[in-house]
Design a protein. Structure first.
Length: 101
């Protein structure tokens, strides 16, 4: 059984970084999602796709996967780069582009 361990990134819909501090262990898809003949919704017989386990640290998630005998892949999070910005830079005389409205 294959699992993926990762730290989720912030959603594009929010400006905050809520729910990004924990590590998540989720199962890789085991069955293909087929459309329901009546409604057309995508469904699958794989119930493990609905399970997401949260851990405080990466090591706890790895230990849990090893205890259960699952093969795992760890995706390390990308480093967040903060570019310092100042409102005064809009009026700097060394701007590369002219300031316009």
């Amino acid at each position: 059984m294959e699992v993926r361990i990762f730290k989720p990134s912030k959603t594009a819909m929010q400006s905050g970084r809520g729910k990004t501090g924990e590590w998540v262990l989720e199962f890789e898809p085991g069955a293909r999602a087929d459309p329901d003949p009546l409604m057309g919704w995508a469904g699958s017989t794989d119930t493990r796709a609905q399970v997401r386990l949260n851990f405080e640290t990466r090591d706890e998630a790895v230990a849990h996967a090893e205890r259960n005998g699952w093969t795992y892949t760890v995706q390390n999070p990308k480093e967040r780069r903060i570019q310092p910005k100042a409102y005064a830079d809009n009026f700097n005389y060394k701007r590369t582009q002219p300031w316009t409205h």
